[in-house]
Ligand binder design. Structure first.
Ligand SMILES: [Zn+2]
Length: 122
């Protein structure tokens, strides 16, 4: 498979994972406000109890989407893109292991030093 296509599909997958994470994160407050009213009529309860229940139900969604972001694999080094040994940083602009920039189109030979290596062996 051509590495450009591999990169393109990997970045498309990362874009989807990131979009779902941001929708779940930013939709937390509006989602709670939208769900509390219909649930209060369904369960005949009102107030902070239902807000707490809906917020607690939202947390596994945030954890699931966060874990999907954390498990994104770098298309070049196949390491965890956003995780170094200790920290998960989803706003990272390059791979934690090989420093491949996010959204890079392809691996150029100059970027990985292949021209220098081939010049040494020729
Ligand atoms: Zn990498």
């Amino acid at each position: 498979m051509h590495t450009g296509l591999l990169f393109e599909s990997a970045w498309r997958d990362l874009y989807r994972r990131s979009a779902v994470l941001w929708v779940v994160l930013l939709g937390c407050i509006p989602g709670i406000l939208l769900l509390v009213d219909p649930l209060s009529e369904l369960f005949f309860r009102d107030g902070p109890f239902l807000v707490l229940v809906v917020a607690l139900a939202w947390m596994p969604a945030i954890a699931w989407t966060g874990s999907r972001m954390a498990s994104f694999i770098c298309p070049r080094c196949t390491g965890a893109f956003f995780n170094d040994r200790v920290f998960f940083w989803p706003l990272r602009r390059a791979c934690a292991h090989c420093h491949l920039p996010k959204w890079a189109k392809d691996i150029s030979l100059a970027a990985i030093g292949a021209t220098r290596v081939s010049a040494e062996f020729s």
